[in-house]
Design a protein around this ligand. Structure first.
Ligand code: GLY
Length: 383
């Protein structure tokens, strides 16, 4: 008993010594407010090598310009722009690119053929956040989310209210955000599920899921664009962290369905003193587990981004029990990815499954890269 007490005390002392040693080595405690600190105190270097991370589409689309999302965000951030402005300018490239049908303009529409967009953003140093959901008619929902962050006392505005707010803020409202590509794919899906008009609701859902899978198998639909989404997070040399997530959501969703992307703690969470996490993939799994919040709390406990992300994937897997969501090995059949950045500039991409395109985008001084995600289950997802 006595020995046990000494051992625990020794552990506590060695932790304190570790903190002191870290500080002496040029590491500063993050700026937690006295009396409000959330233990344990996070240690952060005084200067950080700037880095931007994103889902893989952050290094794929350029909308006809010279730079991908991570390159644009990195260039702006390192010439002194606010980190949130920089990462949003990055994702705007993908939102506006008609070739990416998972985000913004030309995103795959809902079951009625209407493009409804979700986004949220968070500003680390300012500790502010904003989001919009089920927004119609604005190509860049991330900028409307930023207007919510900057111009209101609220964190989330949805549906018609979000569009009215965007109009009041001077955004152009368009009748229809479909492109020829997104409309053609929606019509193909509609033809498959609705050959003789409406089925009963259960059969209709089943037919809708089957049609989605058939379209992926036939190469008509990019598997990565079923849920779509871009998440982008950056940290500058001062250690300021900001992030944004934006999406057209699940393709052919029930109108009004909102996924994880605009929800703080689900599709995005960050604490400027700790780190950031964002997500793409099956939003329902992420909403149920609030994974981005869970990951940031893992970073707060001192986990490496890879371990914090893996912990969240395991939590999602443990909470997935419905047979329809499991593959023949008893693992979740869907994919979910996390992008994690900590206050020291360390990062990781994590995916529930192996297989094709399990990567994430990074930009540093060395330029843009697409890196492999760490995966929880080696087999490919079957969604
Ligand atoms: N992760 C995007 C969505 O589920 O809407």
């Amino acid at each position: 008993m006595f020995v046990g007490k000494i051992t625990r005390m020794a552990q506590r002392i060695s932790r304190r010594e570790f903190v002191k040693a870290g500080t002496a080595a040029g590491v500063a405690a993050a700026s937690a407010r006295p009396g409000f600190a959330q233990a344990p105190t996070v240690l952060a270097p005084k200067t950080v090598k700037p880095v931007v991370i994103a889902s893989a589409n952050g290094n794929k689309y350029k909308n006809g310009g010279p730079r991908s999302a991570v390159e644009e965000a990195f260039a702006r951030m390192t010439r002194g722009e606010d980190v949130l402005d920089a990462v949003i300018a990055g994702v705007n490239i993908v939102e506006l690119d008609p070739e990416d049908d998972s985000v913004g303009y030309g995103g795959l529409p809902n079951a009625d053929g209407v493009v409804q967009l979700d986004s949220c953003c968070m500003h680390g140093p300012k500790k502010r956040a904003g989001g919009v959901a089920a927004l119609e008619g604005v190509r860049t929902p991330s900028l409307v989310a930023k207007a919510v962050l900057e111009q209101t006392d609220h964190h989330l505005i949805v549906g018609q209210g979000a569009q009215d707010f965007a109009r009041a803020m001077g955004f152009k409202i368009e009748e229809d955000l479909n492109t020829e590509n997104s409309r053609r794919k929606w019509l193909d899906w509609k033809r498959r599920i609705d050959p003789k008009h409406y089925l009963d609701p259960a059969k209709r859902t089943e037919a809708g899921d089957r049609a989605r899978r058939e379209m992926v198998a036939e190469g008509l639909l990019d598997a990565e664009h079923v849920y779509g989404t871009i998440n982008c997070d950056g940290i500058n040399a001062k250690g300021e962290i900001c992030g944004v997530t934006t999406t057209s959501g699940l393709s052919w969703k029930i109108p009004g369905r909102v996924g994880d992307s605009p929800i703080l703690g689900a599709g995005l969470y960050l604490d400027g003193d700790v780190g950031a996490a964002g997500s793409t993939g099956r939003g329902e799994a992420n909403l149920f587990n609030l994974s981005s919040y869970l990951i940031v709390e893992g970073l707060r406990r001192g986990l490496h981004p890879k371990d914090a992300g893996m912990e969240a994937l395991k939590r999602v897997a443990a909470n997935t029990v419905e047979k329809r969501l499991l593959n023949d090995r008893g693992h979740p059949m869907f994919d979910l990815k996390f992008y994690v950045l900590d206050r020291q500039g360390r990062h990781a991409g994590l995916a529930m499954h192996g297989g094709k395109e399990k990567s994430y985008a990074v930009c540093t001084e060395a330029g843009p890269q697409t890196l492999a995600c760490d995966v929880l289950f080696e087999e490919a997802d079957t969604e």
